[in-house]
Design a protein around this ligand. Structure first.
Ligand SMILES: CC(C)(COP(=O)(O)OP(=O)(O)OC[C@H]1O[C@@H](n2cnc3c(N)ncnc32)[C@H](O)[C@@H]1OP(=O)(O)O)[C@@H](O)C(=O)NCCC(=O)NCCS
Length: 165
């Protein structure tokens, strides 16, 4: 069965990862492991089933402030005392593995982890930082654009929970 593991720089071959977007490649190669060590972000990877040193894709999770004014009115009121949301800071699939459902699988895996985190340290929504074309990818799964933030989308934890039921 497929499962994600924490990025392990001693094991995983990060140099050959190429999702076509250089900042996302660079983050995995240079930043992700250090940032994890410092407890600033957490990066999970999906390994190729035939060679666990090869990475199919990765995502990075952390927290981010909620900009209440970017939310629809009803949600602004409901969450006015909340300060942070879970952030899918990055999510990328290597070019050789695109279009096979791995992106969807990784997104669902990330959302499961975030719902579970929210069960312990409540936060009301997940925010995602989507690069240009990827916005439509997230909209397919119920993410909505934040107002005045071109590349940021959100989904409430409540809606994620419902979709998992
Ligand atoms: C966006 C990305 C994660 C999708 O991964 P993937 O493994 O190719 O996607 P999947 O095969 O799981 O696709 C799932 C569904 O989303 C659709 N989809 C994939 N990319 C899409 C996009 N950019 N826009 C809209 N829909 C998209 C697929 O057609 C598929 O739909 P279907 O089930 O009806 O066929 C991947 O293309 C990627 O890594 N892109 C570069 C990095 C990036 O932009 N990351 C996001 C911002 S940080």
């Amino acid at each position: 069965m497929m499962h994600t593991v924490l990025l392990d720089k001693a094991k995983h071959n990060r140099r050959h990862f190429d999702c076509g977007i250089e900042p996302l490649n660079h983050y995995l190669k240079v930043m992700a492991s250090q940032q994890g060590k410092k407890d600033n972000t957490r990066t999970f990877v999906l390994e190729d089933e035939h060679d666990s040193t090869i990475l199919i894709g990765y995502y990075t999770l952390t927290m981010t402030p909620i900009d209440l004014t970017a939310l629809p009115d009803a949600l602004q009121k409901k969450h006015q005392s909340a300060s942070s949301g879970g952030l899918i800071a990055r999510l990328a699939i290597d070019d050789r593995y695109k279009g096979k459902g791995f992106g969807e699988w990784l997104l669902i895996d990330a959302l499961r982890k975030l719902v579970s985190a929210s069960d312990s340290v409540a936060f009301p929504m997940v925010i995602v930082d989507a690069k240009d074309g990827a916005k439509h990818f997230y909209e397919r799964y119920g993410f909505q654009a934040l107002q005045d933030a071109e590349n940021k989308l959100f989904i409430t934890i409540a809606d994620v929970r419902v979709s998992f039921e």
